[in-house]
Design a protein around this ligand. Structure first.
Ligand SMILES: NC(=O)c1ccc[n+]([C@@H]2O[C@H](COP(=O)([O-])OP(=O)(O)OC[C@H]3O[C@@H](n4cnc5c(N)ncnc54)[C@H](O)[C@@H]3O)[C@@H](O)[C@H]2O)c1
Length: 325
Protein backbone atom coordinates (compact mmCIF):
# COMPACT_ATOMS: atom_id res chain seq x y z
CA UNK A 1 0.00 0.00 0.00
CA UNK A 2 1.49 3.38 -1.00
CA UNK A 3 1.54 6.50 1.16
CA UNK A 4 1.32 9.54 -1.09
CA UNK A 5 1.50 13.31 -0.59
CA UNK A 6 -0.55 15.30 -3.11
CA UNK A 7 0.26 19.02 -3.09
CA UNK A 8 -2.62 21.03 -4.56
CA UNK A 9 -4.89 18.06 -3.82
CA UNK A 10 -7.91 20.30 -3.13
CA UNK A 11 -7.65 21.74 -6.64
CA UNK A 12 -9.38 20.68 -9.83
CA UNK A 13 -6.94 18.02 -11.10
CA UNK A 14 -5.60 17.24 -7.61
CA UNK A 15 -8.97 16.11 -6.26
CA UNK A 16 -9.29 13.57 -9.10
CA UNK A 17 -5.77 12.34 -8.39
CA UNK A 18 -6.78 11.89 -4.73
CA UNK A 19 -9.94 10.00 -5.77
CA UNK A 20 -7.91 7.73 -8.02
CA UNK A 21 -5.36 7.02 -5.26
CA UNK A 22 -8.01 6.30 -2.62
CA UNK A 23 -9.67 3.93 -5.11
CA UNK A 24 -6.35 2.05 -5.17
CA UNK A 25 -6.22 1.83 -1.38
CA UNK A 26 -3.36 4.31 -0.98
CA UNK A 27 -2.92 6.46 2.13
CA UNK A 28 -3.29 10.01 0.88
CA UNK A 29 -2.12 13.28 2.41
CA UNK A 30 -3.15 16.55 0.80
CA UNK A 31 -1.26 19.81 1.35
CA UNK A 32 -3.19 22.76 -0.03
CA UNK A 33 -3.51 26.41 1.00
CA UNK A 34 -6.97 26.67 -0.65
CA UNK A 35 -5.89 29.72 -2.67
CA UNK A 36 -7.68 28.38 -5.74
CA UNK A 37 -8.69 24.94 -4.49
CA UNK A 38 -11.69 24.29 -2.25
CA UNK A 39 -12.64 22.03 0.60
CA UNK A 40 -15.82 21.30 -1.35
CA UNK A 41 -13.65 19.49 -3.91
CA UNK A 42 -12.46 16.98 -1.31
CA UNK A 43 -15.61 16.81 0.81
CA UNK A 44 -16.50 13.35 -0.50
CA UNK A 45 -13.22 11.94 0.90
CA UNK A 46 -13.60 13.38 4.38
CA UNK A 47 -14.88 10.18 5.96
CA UNK A 48 -12.26 7.93 4.37
CA UNK A 49 -9.76 7.00 7.11
CA UNK A 50 -6.95 6.88 4.53
CA UNK A 51 -7.53 10.53 3.58
CA UNK A 52 -5.71 13.33 5.43
CA UNK A 53 -5.96 17.04 4.71
CA UNK A 54 -3.44 19.66 5.82
CA UNK A 55 -4.36 23.27 5.12
CA UNK A 56 -1.03 24.94 4.51
CA UNK A 57 1.37 26.44 2.05
CA UNK A 58 4.25 24.82 0.16
CA UNK A 59 6.15 28.02 0.96
CA UNK A 60 6.00 27.18 4.69
CA UNK A 61 9.28 25.29 4.76
CA UNK A 62 8.87 24.06 8.35
CA UNK A 63 5.47 22.59 7.57
CA UNK A 64 6.75 20.87 4.42
CA UNK A 65 9.68 19.47 6.42
CA UNK A 66 7.34 18.18 9.14
CA UNK A 67 5.08 16.51 6.57
CA UNK A 68 7.94 14.71 4.85
CA UNK A 69 8.81 13.17 8.24
CA UNK A 70 5.85 10.88 7.48
CA UNK A 71 8.04 9.04 4.92
CA UNK A 72 5.90 9.13 1.80
CA UNK A 73 6.50 6.69 -1.04
CA UNK A 74 5.78 9.50 -3.51
CA UNK A 75 4.90 13.18 -3.72
CA UNK A 76 2.63 14.23 -6.59
CA UNK A 77 3.36 17.94 -6.86
CA UNK A 78 0.43 19.84 -8.38
CA UNK A 79 0.28 22.96 -6.17
CA UNK A 80 0.98 25.97 -8.35
CA UNK A 81 -0.07 29.47 -9.33
CA UNK A 82 -1.75 28.43 -12.59
CA UNK A 83 -3.22 31.58 -14.09
CA UNK A 84 -1.26 32.66 -17.20
CA UNK A 85 -2.80 36.14 -17.41
CA UNK A 86 -2.31 36.71 -13.68
CA UNK A 87 1.36 35.69 -14.02
CA UNK A 88 1.85 38.56 -16.48
CA UNK A 89 0.31 40.97 -13.96
CA UNK A 90 1.99 39.59 -10.82
CA UNK A 91 5.02 37.50 -11.86
CA UNK A 92 6.54 37.52 -8.37
CA UNK A 93 3.79 35.46 -6.76
CA UNK A 94 3.97 33.00 -9.63
CA UNK A 95 7.74 32.76 -9.18
CA UNK A 96 7.50 32.22 -5.42
CA UNK A 97 4.92 29.45 -5.58
CA UNK A 98 6.08 27.65 -8.71
CA UNK A 99 9.85 27.91 -8.25
CA UNK A 100 10.52 28.45 -4.53
CA UNK A 101 7.60 26.15 -3.62
CA UNK A 102 8.93 23.38 -5.89
CA UNK A 103 12.40 23.88 -4.43
CA UNK A 104 10.98 23.31 -0.92
CA UNK A 105 9.32 20.08 -2.05
CA UNK A 106 12.47 18.83 -3.79
CA UNK A 107 14.70 19.63 -0.82
CA UNK A 108 12.53 17.71 1.62
CA UNK A 109 12.06 14.85 -0.87
CA UNK A 110 15.85 14.65 -1.22
CA UNK A 111 16.31 14.13 2.52
CA UNK A 112 13.89 11.20 2.49
CA UNK A 113 14.57 9.89 -1.04
CA UNK A 114 10.88 10.36 -1.86
CA UNK A 115 9.81 9.97 -5.49
CA UNK A 116 8.50 13.23 -6.98
CA UNK A 117 6.11 13.60 -9.91
CA UNK A 118 6.12 17.25 -10.97
CA UNK A 119 3.08 18.43 -12.90
CA UNK A 120 4.31 20.93 -15.45
CA UNK A 121 2.36 22.10 -18.51
CA UNK A 122 2.20 22.10 -22.31
CA UNK A 123 2.41 25.92 -22.11
CA UNK A 124 6.22 25.61 -22.01
CA UNK A 125 6.36 24.70 -25.72
CA UNK A 126 7.38 26.99 -28.53
CA UNK A 127 4.70 27.81 -31.11
CA UNK A 128 4.47 24.92 -33.60
CA UNK A 129 3.82 26.36 -37.04
CA UNK A 130 3.76 23.12 -39.03
CA UNK A 131 0.62 21.92 -37.24
CA UNK A 132 2.23 18.62 -36.28
CA UNK A 133 1.63 17.09 -32.84
CA UNK A 134 4.16 18.28 -30.26
CA UNK A 135 6.45 15.66 -28.76
CA UNK A 136 8.84 16.08 -25.83
CA UNK A 137 11.75 17.01 -28.15
CA UNK A 138 9.86 20.05 -29.45
CA UNK A 139 11.67 23.31 -28.50
CA UNK A 140 10.44 25.21 -25.47
CA UNK A 141 9.84 28.95 -25.28
CA UNK A 142 8.22 30.62 -22.27
CA UNK A 143 5.59 33.10 -23.49
CA UNK A 144 4.58 34.04 -19.93
CA UNK A 145 6.08 34.03 -16.43
CA UNK A 146 3.78 31.05 -15.76
CA UNK A 147 5.52 29.03 -18.49
CA UNK A 148 8.94 30.31 -17.39
CA UNK A 149 8.41 29.29 -13.77
CA UNK A 150 7.21 25.85 -14.85
CA UNK A 151 10.36 25.44 -16.96
CA UNK A 152 12.48 26.58 -14.03
CA UNK A 153 10.71 24.07 -11.77
CA UNK A 154 11.27 21.32 -14.35
CA UNK A 155 14.98 22.10 -14.56
CA UNK A 156 15.32 22.19 -10.79
CA UNK A 157 13.57 18.82 -10.57
CA UNK A 158 15.80 17.34 -13.28
CA UNK A 159 18.88 18.63 -11.46
CA UNK A 160 17.78 16.64 -8.38
CA UNK A 161 17.51 13.56 -10.59
CA UNK A 162 20.92 14.04 -12.22
CA UNK A 163 22.72 15.60 -9.24
CA UNK A 164 21.32 13.52 -6.36
CA UNK A 165 19.76 10.50 -8.06
CA UNK A 166 16.32 11.50 -6.72
CA UNK A 167 13.55 9.66 -8.61
CA UNK A 168 11.84 12.56 -10.37
CA UNK A 169 9.43 12.50 -13.32
CA UNK A 170 7.84 15.45 -15.12
CA UNK A 171 4.45 15.44 -16.79
CA UNK A 172 3.29 18.08 -19.25
CA UNK A 173 -0.51 17.88 -19.42
CA UNK A 174 -2.27 19.64 -22.27
CA UNK A 175 -5.41 21.69 -21.51
CA UNK A 176 -7.37 19.72 -18.97
CA UNK A 177 -11.12 20.03 -18.38
CA UNK A 178 -13.96 18.27 -16.59
CA UNK A 179 -16.12 18.34 -13.45
CA UNK A 180 -14.80 20.44 -10.53
CA UNK A 181 -13.01 22.90 -12.80
CA UNK A 182 -13.81 26.48 -11.89
CA UNK A 183 -16.12 28.39 -14.18
CA UNK A 184 -14.79 31.84 -13.30
CA UNK A 185 -11.80 33.54 -14.94
CA UNK A 186 -9.46 31.10 -13.13
CA UNK A 187 -11.21 28.13 -14.70
CA UNK A 188 -10.97 26.58 -18.14
CA UNK A 189 -12.62 27.62 -21.38
CA UNK A 190 -14.88 24.54 -21.56
CA UNK A 191 -16.35 25.09 -18.07
CA UNK A 192 -16.74 28.81 -18.74
CA UNK A 193 -18.50 28.20 -22.09
CA UNK A 194 -20.82 25.58 -20.55
CA UNK A 195 -21.88 27.82 -17.64
CA UNK A 196 -22.47 30.77 -19.97
CA UNK A 197 -24.56 28.58 -22.29
CA UNK A 198 -26.64 27.29 -19.39
CA UNK A 199 -27.25 30.89 -18.28
CA UNK A 200 -28.13 31.99 -21.84
CA UNK A 201 -25.11 34.32 -21.93
CA UNK A 202 -22.74 35.21 -24.76
CA UNK A 203 -19.63 33.05 -25.28
CA UNK A 204 -16.62 35.36 -25.60
CA UNK A 205 -13.93 34.03 -27.93
CA UNK A 206 -10.56 35.78 -27.59
CA UNK A 207 -9.00 36.98 -30.87
CA UNK A 208 -9.99 35.23 -34.10
CA UNK A 209 -10.74 31.96 -32.35
CA UNK A 210 -8.56 29.98 -34.77
CA UNK A 211 -6.18 29.03 -31.96
CA UNK A 212 -6.45 25.31 -31.24
CA UNK A 213 -6.13 23.27 -28.06
CA UNK A 214 -5.83 19.58 -27.26
CA UNK A 215 -8.40 19.07 -24.49
CA UNK A 216 -7.69 16.27 -22.03
CA UNK A 217 -10.47 14.92 -19.82
CA UNK A 218 -9.47 15.24 -16.15
CA UNK A 219 -9.94 11.60 -15.13
CA UNK A 220 -7.60 10.54 -17.97
CA UNK A 221 -5.11 13.15 -16.73
CA UNK A 222 -5.35 11.86 -13.13
CA UNK A 223 -4.82 8.30 -14.30
CA UNK A 224 -1.61 9.29 -16.13
CA UNK A 225 -0.32 11.08 -13.02
CA UNK A 226 -0.89 8.05 -10.77
CA UNK A 227 0.53 5.64 -13.36
CA UNK A 228 3.69 7.75 -13.40
CA UNK A 229 4.09 7.46 -9.63
CA UNK A 230 3.67 3.67 -9.84
CA UNK A 231 6.03 3.17 -12.78
CA UNK A 232 9.70 2.25 -12.54
CA UNK A 233 10.54 3.42 -16.09
CA UNK A 234 9.86 7.14 -15.81
CA UNK A 235 12.55 8.60 -13.59
CA UNK A 236 14.42 11.48 -15.21
CA UNK A 237 11.82 11.60 -18.00
CA UNK A 238 9.56 14.38 -19.31
CA UNK A 239 6.25 13.01 -20.59
CA UNK A 240 3.41 14.72 -22.51
CA UNK A 241 -0.17 13.85 -21.72
CA UNK A 242 -2.89 14.87 -24.14
CA UNK A 243 -5.28 13.29 -26.63
CA UNK A 244 -3.49 13.84 -29.97
CA UNK A 245 -6.54 15.72 -31.33
CA UNK A 246 -7.02 19.47 -31.33
CA UNK A 247 -10.02 21.73 -31.87
CA UNK A 248 -10.17 25.46 -32.57
CA UNK A 249 -11.85 27.67 -29.97
CA UNK A 250 -14.36 28.67 -32.67
CA UNK A 251 -15.36 25.02 -33.17
CA UNK A 252 -15.42 24.43 -29.44
CA UNK A 253 -17.81 27.36 -28.98
CA UNK A 254 -20.05 25.95 -31.75
CA UNK A 255 -20.02 22.54 -30.08
CA UNK A 256 -21.10 23.95 -26.70
CA UNK A 257 -23.37 26.89 -27.64
CA UNK A 258 -26.99 26.12 -28.42
CA UNK A 259 -27.26 29.29 -30.52
CA UNK A 260 -24.43 30.43 -32.83
CA UNK A 261 -25.66 34.04 -32.44
CA UNK A 262 -24.40 33.83 -28.85
CA UNK A 263 -20.75 33.51 -29.97
CA UNK A 264 -18.86 36.85 -29.99
CA UNK A 265 -15.22 37.59 -30.72
CA UNK A 266 -13.44 39.98 -28.34
CA UNK A 267 -9.87 41.34 -28.37
CA UNK A 268 -7.32 39.13 -26.64
CA UNK A 269 -6.10 40.54 -23.29
CA UNK A 270 -2.51 39.35 -23.75
CA UNK A 271 -2.14 38.26 -27.43
CA UNK A 272 1.61 37.87 -26.96
CA UNK A 273 1.05 34.91 -24.64
CA UNK A 274 -1.29 33.09 -27.05
CA UNK A 275 -0.08 29.83 -28.61
CA UNK A 276 -1.80 29.40 -32.04
CA UNK A 277 -1.82 25.62 -32.17
CA UNK A 278 -1.42 23.03 -29.43
CA UNK A 279 -1.71 19.34 -30.20
CA UNK A 280 -0.07 16.59 -28.21
CA UNK A 281 2.01 13.66 -29.34
CA UNK A 282 1.45 11.22 -26.47
CA UNK A 283 3.39 8.27 -27.88
CA UNK A 284 5.95 8.46 -25.06
CA UNK A 285 3.18 8.21 -22.42
CA UNK A 286 1.78 5.23 -24.31
CA UNK A 287 5.20 3.57 -24.38
CA UNK A 288 6.33 4.29 -20.81
CA UNK A 289 3.02 4.35 -18.94
CA UNK A 290 0.89 2.12 -21.16
CA UNK A 291 -1.52 5.07 -21.04
CA UNK A 292 -3.88 6.53 -23.57
CA UNK A 293 -6.86 8.81 -23.03
CA UNK A 294 -10.19 7.01 -22.83
CA UNK A 295 -12.70 9.89 -22.96
CA UNK A 296 -13.81 11.62 -26.17
CA UNK A 297 -14.29 15.40 -26.18
CA UNK A 298 -18.05 15.03 -26.69
CA UNK A 299 -18.36 12.60 -23.79
CA UNK A 300 -16.17 14.77 -21.55
CA UNK A 301 -18.21 17.87 -22.36
CA UNK A 302 -21.43 15.99 -21.56
CA UNK A 303 -20.06 14.87 -18.17
CA UNK A 304 -18.88 18.40 -17.40
CA UNK A 305 -22.22 19.89 -18.45
CA UNK A 306 -24.08 17.39 -16.28
CA UNK A 307 -21.90 18.27 -13.28
CA UNK A 308 -22.25 22.04 -13.75
CA UNK A 309 -26.00 21.63 -14.12
CA UNK A 310 -26.18 19.55 -10.96
CA UNK A 311 -23.82 21.60 -8.82
CA UNK A 312 -25.37 24.95 -9.52
CA UNK A 313 -23.81 28.32 -9.96
CA UNK A 314 -23.46 29.04 -6.22
CA UNK A 315 -20.92 26.25 -5.90
CA UNK A 316 -18.94 27.29 -8.91
CA UNK A 317 -18.35 30.99 -8.88
CA UNK A 318 -15.57 32.66 -7.01
CA UNK A 319 -17.80 35.26 -5.41
CA UNK A 320 -19.48 32.63 -3.26
CA UNK A 321 -17.38 31.53 -0.33
CA UNK A 322 -19.04 28.13 -0.08
CA UNK A 323 -17.20 26.04 2.47
CA UNK A 324 -18.65 22.86 3.88
CA UNK A 325 -16.31 22.22 6.83
N1 LIG B 1 -5.90 22.74 -15.72
C1 LIG B 1 -5.10 22.59 -16.75
O1 LIG B 1 -5.53 22.70 -17.91
C2 LIG B 1 -3.62 22.28 -16.57
C3 LIG B 1 -2.86 22.00 -17.71
C4 LIG B 1 -1.52 21.72 -17.54
C5 LIG B 1 -0.95 21.70 -16.30
N2 LIG B 1 -1.70 21.98 -15.20
C6 LIG B 1 -1.04 21.96 -13.90
O2 LIG B 1 -1.76 21.05 -13.06
C7 LIG B 1 -1.65 21.49 -11.70
C8 LIG B 1 -3.04 21.58 -11.09
O3 LIG B 1 -3.79 22.56 -11.80
P1 LIG B 1 -5.37 22.74 -11.65
O4 LIG B 1 -5.90 23.04 -12.99
O5 LIG B 1 -5.92 21.61 -10.87
O6 LIG B 1 -5.42 24.10 -10.84
P2 LIG B 1 -5.99 24.44 -9.40
O7 LIG B 1 -5.76 25.90 -9.21
O8 LIG B 1 -7.38 23.93 -9.25
O9 LIG B 1 -5.03 23.59 -8.47
C9 LIG B 1 -3.88 24.12 -7.85
C10 LIG B 1 -4.01 23.82 -6.38
O10 LIG B 1 -2.82 24.26 -5.72
C11 LIG B 1 -3.19 24.97 -4.54
N3 LIG B 1 -2.11 25.89 -4.25
C12 LIG B 1 -1.73 27.00 -4.95
N4 LIG B 1 -0.70 27.61 -4.37
C13 LIG B 1 -0.39 26.86 -3.27
C14 LIG B 1 0.59 26.99 -2.25
N5 LIG B 1 1.46 28.01 -2.25
N6 LIG B 1 0.64 26.06 -1.27
C15 LIG B 1 -0.25 25.03 -1.25
N7 LIG B 1 -1.21 24.88 -2.19
C16 LIG B 1 -1.27 25.77 -3.20
C17 LIG B 1 -4.50 25.66 -4.88
O11 LIG B 1 -5.25 26.03 -3.75
C18 LIG B 1 -5.17 24.58 -5.73
O12 LIG B 1 -5.92 23.70 -4.92
C19 LIG B 1 -0.89 22.81 -11.72
O13 LIG B 1 0.45 22.54 -11.39
C20 LIG B 1 -1.02 23.28 -13.15
O14 LIG B 1 0.06 24.09 -13.53
C21 LIG B 1 -3.03 22.29 -15.31
Amino acid sequence: MMKVLVTGGAGFIGRWVVKYLLGRECDVWVLDNLSSGRKDNIFEFEKDPRFNFVEGDILQRGLVEELFELDFDACLHLAAAINVQESLINPEECFEVNVRGTFNILEEARKKDTKVVLISTCMVYKKARDGKPIDEDHPVCPLSPYAATKLAAENLALSYYHGYGLPVAILRPFNTYGPFQRTDSEGGVISIFILRTLKGEVLKVYGRGTQTRDFLYVEDCAEAIVRTALSSRVWGEIINIGTGRDISINHLAELIADDSQKIKHVPHIHPQSEIPKLICDHSKAKRLLNWKPATSLREGIERTKEWINRSGEAYLTKTTNYRIY
